[in-house]
Structure formats: C-alpha cells, structure tokens
Design a protein around this ligand. Structure first.
Ligand code: NOJ
Length: 572
C-alpha cells in the first residue's frame, strides 16, 4: 500500500469552510481543504480565446465575455499564460515589463475588469510569473549590457568566457548550441537556459530577489490568486553542478513563500519544475515552499500505459513519488502549451513514445512531441474519455488545456509550439467565431481540415448534443466536484492479475471511491480483492446505479474497450 499524502486531510490551512453533499445520500460533512486542492484548472492564453475588438488577436475583454462558458464547463480556476509587454519571441515568456499588459491583449484596466468578473463567478485566477529570465528587450537587460560598470550589470549572469558551468544541459536543443551568448555591446557572455534572447537573472543579487517579490506583490495587491512560477529549478548557478535544483535556489523560493504567507495568506504558488520525483519533492519543502507542483514524470507514463495496454508505467512512477506535506498538492495534466515533454523518461521510453506518438519527425520538438490531446489519441473518443477519467481521479488537481474539452486538433506545420496554440473554435462561422477580423490577419491560422477544423469541432455544435465531448467533460467535472476525496484523499493501488486494468482506491474520512480503468482496446474481465470492504455496495458515480454487494469472493467486473468505472463504496 502506498500513500501519496502523509495524512488524508490536513487541518484548515488558509481555507474556507463550507459543506458538501455526498451523492444522493445527503450526508453533510464540513470541508476545509484549501481551494487549490479541490480546484479544476483551465489553462488559457488571452490571445487564443476570443477577440473582442476584431484585430485578429484575443484579448482580456474577449476572455471576460467567455467566462460564462468557463463557468458552465465547471472549472474553478484559470491559469493565464504570460500577458505582459514582450517582443513575443517566446509567446510572452520573454517579458519586457512585469507590471503591465501587452497592448495586443488590452489594458491593465481590462485585466482588472476580467479579474473582478472571474471572481464574481467564483473563479480564481492564477497568473504566470517568469522568474528565471527576462527578454533581452527588458530595460534591466538594456541597462545591464550598456556597460560593465552599470549599476544593473550584476542583475544578470555575465562572464568573460563561455566555459563556466560546463556540462549544464541545454533545454531548447533544437535551437540553442550553448547556454552562453555573446553580447557584442559589452563584450562579455551572458547566461541563458532558454532562448538566447532570454538572459537569466542573477538570483545571487539581493536587489533582483527584492524586485521580483515587488513584482509579485504588484499583482497580488491587484487580487490575483496565485502564480505558476516558470522554470524554477534554474534560478541559481554554481560551478561543478548541473545548476538545477540547487539548495540556494530552494532558499530563494522559500524566501518568496515566507513573504507570501506573511502578507497574502491564502494565495498559491505552483512550481514548473520538470524534474524526476525525487528532485521534485524538495519543491514542497516542509510545506514552506510551493503549494503545488506539476507532476511531469506521470504525464508521459499515462500515454505510455495506454499504448502498452499495461498499468505498470503508471503504478511504478506513482510508487516512486514520495509523500508530500499536508496542504500541498500535485497538479496533473495531459497536455499544455508546450511540447509533450519527454525529459522525464528513459532513452528507451522516449524512443517508444516517439515511435508510437510522433512517427512523423515534424511532430517532434526538442525532447518532446508537439501535438494536442485528440490527435495524439487518434481522435478516439473512448481513449480521450479514459485519459480524462484518469486525469480527474488520480491524486492531484487536474488542468485542462483550452480546446481539449472539445477535442481540438493541432497544426504541426506551424513553427515551434504554435501548432497547439491556434484560436479557440467557438462555432462553424467566420473565423470559427474567434474574431471578426479578416482571416489573413489572425495571430495564427485556424484549424481548417475536415476532421479537426472549426466547422467540425466547435463549442456551438457540441453544446447542442448531450453526448458531445464537451457535454461529457461537463459531466465528469461535475462528478469529480461532488466528491472531495478526489482532491485530497489518499490512494491505494490494487494489483489484480489482469495487468491491463489499473484499479485504485481513493479515501478521505469515511468516503471511499474505487476506480477501475481498462487500458486495453479489447474487453477485459478483472477480479478485485476487496475483502476489506465486504458488505459494502458499489454505487456507479455517473449513473448512480447500484452494483452488487461485496462478498467473500473476489469482486468480478467486466469492462469494454477503454472503459472505466468510478464507484462509491457504501455500507448500507
Ligand atoms: C517554460 C514554458 O512553459 C515555456 O513555454 C517557455 O518557453 C519556457 N519556460 C521558457 O520561459
């Protein structure tokens, strides 16, 4: 038995108390989990969602107009990708001013109105904060490079040679040859872990640490609910190390967290640390660093398990995942705005993933696969449902990438990761309902092909049908929200002889849920050892129908191709 959380429930942290009903039985229990543990997060970029002024680019006014849609979908938080002034050479992850809004997306006032409108609907807003680097267009860097004795010189990492920190891996393998770039202005090299136009800030400099906290404070004062902190493993460099996950980096992050707790209790920090479980664990500290972290190693193994029709990749990685402190939470995701990263798999596993999911070399980027969920799963509705079912029932807070709730496709002919960042498809009309602009002036071409194009895949048509993917996603979100056990319960895997079946028990207080997933394309029978629960009946959570009582014999279930069940256990 493996518990991923040291205790099933922690004492009230900053949380709020309210009440929930347990299915049709109307058991009322107090609930005190912090908001992010029970959240359903929707990841979106203002530019991709809805264009309110017809200039071809989505904006905050447009996003605000679509909040009804998001509320109806059932999500409880939005994670916004970077919307700050930027030359947009890395879609905004190259920030040129941390305290404003890119004019393409509107004004600061538009952002505030959007934030208020989201809050009025009970939707929290998590924004992106890129701590590690800025754009080379940022005035800090412009000053820093202007001369070697400029007061801002020490805000970035400079060197006379490009041989320091030798051996540190390059992340953007397809475009960068070195982590050092030559600056012809001040005639020294500067350090960058990503694109060469993204110089790394120098976190050994207290002035940088203080300024970055002031930036965060600026947005917290405005009312944002949390931050996704980008690229956190790389903040500090030390000779002779990998320059990743250093104790000095953790110290910087703990300092930020202490300030956050002191001045803004209830706000949340989410770590983007693409690392192995053992290296990820320290980002939670003793509950004094991050509240949440993406579970990067799990995600590719869900795809692997599905392709292999075997639960092992999933159970193995979750067994290797250490327990996390009370009040902390994993963030689970299937896809996001980047390539499906294969950094946290072995070389053999990577080859397998490439062979199975990216045969066409054009689909590969850096160490990953630049495709969306539906095309990765051959547009197979059963597999899309199964993967979402696991996303919503494994321990953690799920994140849905915009457009995946309707099964949008990708365009691998667009450069970099732009193929998974095409405009949201609202209807079958002009520009898919995204913008009134001329199609030629959109920030990105829409999907046009007969399978994934906006005329085939869009919100309007899926809203009309009870059995569309969108309607199904609404339903699964609702069912997940009806049971806090998913957000903060413990997990225990069952190991039936049939290894094509992934089964686990989630438990919180007196609530127990059994989840059974068939990872195979063929029907399967499975016998589950549930003797501990003898006498309980099973209530299927989507239809609320009763399944036979657990007796002395192993519990027999049959599952169709890629089918899954969620059952509540009840002693009646
Ligand atoms: C991680 C982000 O997810 C990615 O989109 C970006 O390019 C890099 N960090 C650099 O900021």
């Amino acid at each position: 038995m493996k518990l991923l959380r040291s205790k099933p429930r922690h004492p009230p942290f900053v949380g709020f108390a309210d009440f929930y009903f347990l299915g049709s039985l109307n058991l009322v229990m107090p609930q005190t989990a912090p908001w992010y543990q029970d959240a359903i997060i929707y990841q979106v970029h203002a530019r991709t969602f809805y264009d309110s002024n017809g200039d071809g680019v989505g904006d905050f006014r447009g996003l605000a107009q679509k909040l009804d849609y998001l509320q109806d979908l059932g999500i409880t938080a939005i994670w916004l990708m970077p919307f700050f002034p930027s030359p947009l050479r890395d879609d905004g992850y190259d920030i040129a001013d941390y305290r404003s809004v890119h004019r393409n997306y509107g004004t600061l006032e538009d952002f505030k109105s959007f934030l208020d409108a989201a809050h009025q609907r009970g939707i929290r807003v998590i924004i992106e904060m890129v701590l590690n680097h800025t754009s080379d267009q940022h005035p800090w860097f412009q000053e820093s490079r202007s001369s070697r004795d400029n007061p801002k010189r020490d805000w970035y990492v400079w060197s006379e040679t490009d041989t320091r920190y030798r051996g540190v891996r390059i992340i953007f393998l397809d475009t960068e040859l070195s982590n050092w770039a030559w600056d012809p202005v001040s005639k020294e090299y500067y350090w960058h872990r990503f694109f060469s136009h993204q110089p790394d800030l120098n976190y050994d400099n207290p002035a940088v640490r203080e300024e970055m906290w002031n930036v965060m404070k600026f947005w917290l004062d405005m009312g944002v609910d949390g931050f996704r902190l980008d690229a956190v493993p790389y903040l500090v460099e030390r000779e002779g190390t990998s320059c990743e996950n250093l104790p000095e980096t953790h110290a910087v992050l703990k300092e930020l967290r202490a300030k956050l707790d002191q001045q803004f209790p209830g706000k949340m920090l989410l770590a983007e640390a693409n690392q192995w479980p053992a290296d990820l664990r320290p980002y939670f500290g003793n509950g004094d660093e991050f509240h949440m972290a993406f579970h990067f190693p799990l995600m590719p193994r869900m795809f692997m398990g599905l392709k292999l029709e075997d639960r092992k990749p999933i159970t193995e990685i979750l067994q290797q995942t250490p327990a996390i402190p009370d009040g902390c939470q994993w963030c689970l995701f299937l896809r996001n705005h980047d390539e499906l990263t294969l950094e946290m798999v072995t070389d053999m596993e990577r080859d397998y993933m490439y062979d199975e999911y990216a045969r066409d070399k054009n689909m590969r980027l850096n160490l990953g696969i630049r495709r969306r969920l539906a095309p990765l799963l051959d547009n197979d509705r059963r597999r899309i449902e199964l993967m979402n079912g696991m996303l919503m029932s494994l321990p953690g807070t799920p994140i849905i990438y915009y457009g995946d709730e309707i099964g949008m496709g990708d365009n691998v002919n667009l450069g970099d990761r732009n193929g998974v960042r095409t405009p949201m498809q609202w209807d079958g009309g002009w520009n898919g309902g995204f913008s009134a602009a001329d199609p030629e002036s959109l920030y990105s071409p829409l999907m046009l092909n007969p399978v994934y194009g906006f005329q085939a895949v869009n919100v309007h048509s899926q809203k009309r049908f009870e059995h569309s993917l969108l309607s199904w996603m609404k339903r699964i979100i609702k069912v997940r929200k009806s049971a806090p056990v998913f957000g903060s319960g413990s997990i225990e895997f069952l190991y039936p002889a049939n290894h094509r079946v992934l089964a686990y028990i989630r438990q919180l207080g007196n609530e127990t849920v059994l989840i059974v997933n068939n990872l195979s394309s063929a029907a399967q029978a499975v016998e589950l050892d549930l003797k501990r629960y003898k006498g309980n009946i099973l209530i299927e959570m989507f239809g609320r129908n009763i399944f036979p009582r657990i007796g002395d014999l192993p519990y027999l279930l049959t599952l169709g191709s890629y089918q899954f069940y969620w059952f509540r256990l009840r002693r009646i």
